[in-house]
Write a protein that binds this ligand. Structure first.
Ligand code: DGY
Length: 321
């Protein structure tokens, strides 16, 4: 009987079915926090499959602790930067992820951040909640327009394209940068290709939609930030380390960019003492890009489907290696 360790309780019908399946020996880490690394090393011993989240570090030590029978690491996320994929591949372990189902949900959150930062929504709500609202004023909480302005999309994969599609409704000029140009999709979405430095220099809003890897780590560093317009707003719903956070804090302090909407930070959870949390022109969210009930259930379903396929020696619906 296959043994499986799941690093957190998951939503979705397929997970409920897996739980009830007498042909699996399932151990689920309880509670709302990830297993500490020592517990993870202990719990994976002898398992055939691991179902994990972005909060779990699945490295060589975990694979070694699991043992040679481990066949699949099934991650409930599209990004797998917490998994040592090369080490899995070297050991013949399949790595599954959950692309597709979270594209539109994540693009929605990009737009929530664009609109909320531009129109000072969070700051305004806090102002009202504090009881500071005394009268209407000509410039009270005046922000910047979104419609008719220029959006630069860094990374023109599925999520970047979904962001571009929404920009059409706002009558925006859309620019994109991608390692591989996507002329057909760009033509359909009215997006123009730019070099990264050009995109940064021309955009009122910059949305980061690339995966994290060694090429994109600190892609937005001090030099890149210096190219942005002084009123431009940086939106990051991808991965925190794509932005050099200390440089971002400096740029925001110096006013060389206009603001930031961050669903991800270099270290998660963000340090409550981070200066980012004290800046009115910055919104920080707790990595909720794909967090709609429906999407999270679909992601869990795919993670279970990937697990079951691998353990049945079938091709995974979504395999990254
Ligand atoms: C992902 O899927 O990679 C997100 O960051 C979590 O949904």
């Amino acid at each position: 009987m296959p043994r499986v360790f799941v690093t957190r309780e998951l939503p979705g019908d397929l997970f409920a079915a897996l739980r009830a399946d007498v042909d699996f020996e399932l151990e689920i880490w309880p509670g709302d926090f990830p297993p500490p690394q020592d517990d993870l090393l202990e719990r994976v011993r002898g398992v055939d499959g691991i179902v994990c989240l972005i909060t779990d570090r699945i490295d060589e030590a975990v694979l070694e602790a699991a043992g040679p029978q481990l066949r699949v690491v099934s991650q409930m996320a599209v990004g797998v930067d917490n998994v040592d994929v090369a080490a899995c591949t070297a050991r013949g372990i399949a790595v599954g992820n959950t692309p597709g189902v979270l594209t539109e949900t994540t693009a929605d959150l990009v737009w929530a951040l664009i609109l909320a930062t531009a129109r000072r929504v969070v700051e305004s709500a806090a102002f009202v909640e504090r009881g500071d609202w005394r009268t209407w004023g000509p410039l009270l909480m005046a922000g910047v327009d979104v419609h008719d302005r220029t959006l630069g999309i860094v990374g023109f994969g599925a999520i970047g394209q979904a962001v571009a599609r929404r920009a059409q409704g706002f009558g925006m000029r859309t620019l994109y940068w991608n390692r591989t140009p996507r002329p057909e999709r760009a033509a359909e979405l009215g997006a123009q290709l730019r070099r990264l430095d050009q995109l940064l220099a021309e955009s009122d809003f910059v949305s980061l939609n690339v995966a994290l890897n060694e090429e994109t780590r600190h892609l937005i560093d001090a030099e890149a930030l210096a190219k942005m317009l002084p009123h431009a707003i940086l939106i990051n719903t991808a991965r925190g380390p794509i932005v050099e956070e200390s440089a971002l804090i400096e740029a925001l302090r110096a006013g060389t960019i206009g603001g930031a909407g961050l669903d991800v930070t270099e270290v998660e959870p963000v340090d409550p003492a981070s200066p980012l949390l004290r800046m009115d022109n910055v919104i920080v969210l707790p990595h909720i890009g794909s967090a709609s009930l429906a999407t999270r259930a679909k992601m869990a379903d795919i993670a279970v489907a990937n697990l079951r396929a691998a353990l049945a020696d079938q091709p995974l619906p979504h395999r990254v290696n």
